[in-house]
Design a protein around this ligand. Structure first.
Ligand SMILES: [Zn+2]
Length: 369
């Protein structure tokens, strides 16, 4: 996540010369289970795309603040809330096909952010956030001040999780060999005070190749922790510590633009016509958006055809941005993605699709009828 400030020597082996850093500690998740009929290739494709949002999604967020009916410790200070907004803006400015919007009620927010200092910093990853539905539950927490260079990187890092990124030091391509005893002793100690499960989940565990950002390790990623000396054994170059540059790396920026391509000014979004199927013409992992403007008010069915695993989301286009009104994820099942919804004449809708897997990608199509 962030650069370990040079002045700080983490307390390795119990000898603390300066206060050690606090690190992001992710909630432990059970791996997704698939039906035995789903072969390894297909399961891998679903896992790879499964946490990403579809293009066109507007991610609404809410920062708990004074007066909210949540534990007092969750309520953020204005200075920290401002940094959260700035970090969303930094990601958004890269020209991407998803957007972020602060809303005024937690009930309207997909991402709900607390600021409990006793709970560290963490966020659910990508579409896993949708499993946390209670407006009085957090999907992200910040455990320290955000208006410092370390805090600003923390804000970018947690939002990185929210849009689908995992920890970069757990990338199996990093080839990191840890001094396991030193790692355990460091993170079990203050100020992190993690238990062995948290240490394993957030540091020692290697993330399955299907879930990582790319095929190469990016030590400068905002999703990489800075580590003090004595924790990494291999690669040898990092024995004296690892210090990411800070901010978003070139590979972070490339990843998000590839995962959520923005619509270029010269590009028109294709429109769907009732009863006419259109080929998706996308490869596994890619996302695409279609416009639909109903000429009559009635219930429409929108569906995909072909042997494929997709997530499909229906949005209404409003002056305040896209509002998700329905969604369907058919991954790992024999069903196709299908949404039935009453749509109003004169309103504008968008359908976002992410293709996880297709037996014959060219033959997957979408239709509204
Ligand atoms: Zn993290």
């Amino acid at each position: 996540m962030a650069k370990a400030p040079k002045a700080v020597k983490p307390a390795v082996g119990g000898k603390s010369e300066a206060p050690a850093l606090r690190y992001c500690s992710q909630p432990i998740q059970n791996p997704r289970q698939f039906d035995p009929a789903v072969d390894a290739l297909r399961a891998r494709a679903i896992i790879h795309g499964g946490k990403k949002w579809v293009n066109g999604t507007q991610l609404t967020y809410y920062c708990y603040k004074a007066g909210d009916a949540v534990p007092a410790a969750w309520r953020g200070k204005a200075a920290d809330i401002k940094e959260v907004g700035a970090a969303f803006e930094t990601w958004f400015k890269l020209g991407i096909g998803i957007s972020f919007k602060a809303v005024s009620r937690p009930e309207d927010a997909t991402i709900r952010i607390g600021f409990d200092p006793s709970d560290g910093s963490w966020s659910y990853v990508g579409r896993d956030i949708l499993t946390i539905r209670d407006p009085q539950e957090r999907t992200m927490n910040f455990g320290w001040a955000l208006n410092t260079p370390y805090g600003r990187d923390t804000a970018l890092h947690e939002i990185g999780h929210a849009i689908g990124l995992e920890h970069e030091h757990q990338n199996p391509f990093a080839g990191i060999t840890w001094d396991t005893a030193a790692v355990k002793s460091y993170f079990a100690g203050p100020p992190n005070n993690w238990d062995m499960q948290q240490i394993d989940w957030n540091i020692l565990r290697k993330i399955p190749p299907a879930e990582v950002k790319g095929t190469k390790w990016d030590p400068d990623s905002v999703m990489e922790y800075g580590f003090g000396p004595g924790l990494i054994v291999e690669p040898v170059a990092y024995r004296n510590g690892l210090n990411p540059k800070g901010g978003l790396s070139a590979a972070d920026k490339a990843w998000i633009v590839e995962s959520y391509p923005g619509v270029k000014p010269t590009e028109t979004i294709p429109a769907l016509e009732v009863g006419l199927s259109q080929k998706l013409a996308i490869k596994a992992g890619q996302t695409r958006v279609f416009n639909f403007k109903p000429k009559r008010t009635r219930t429409y069915r929108i569906g995909t055809f072909g042997t494929s695993d997709t997530v499909m989301v229906l949005f209404e286009v409003t002056p305040a941005g896209n509002v998700q009104i329905a969604g369907n994820d058919d991954s790992g099942s024999d069903l196709n993605a299908r949404v039935d919804m009453r749509l109003i004449n004169g309103r504008q809708y968008q359908i976002g699709i992410r293709l996880y897997y297709a037996e014959m990608a060219a033959e997957t199509s979408i239709m509204v009828w």
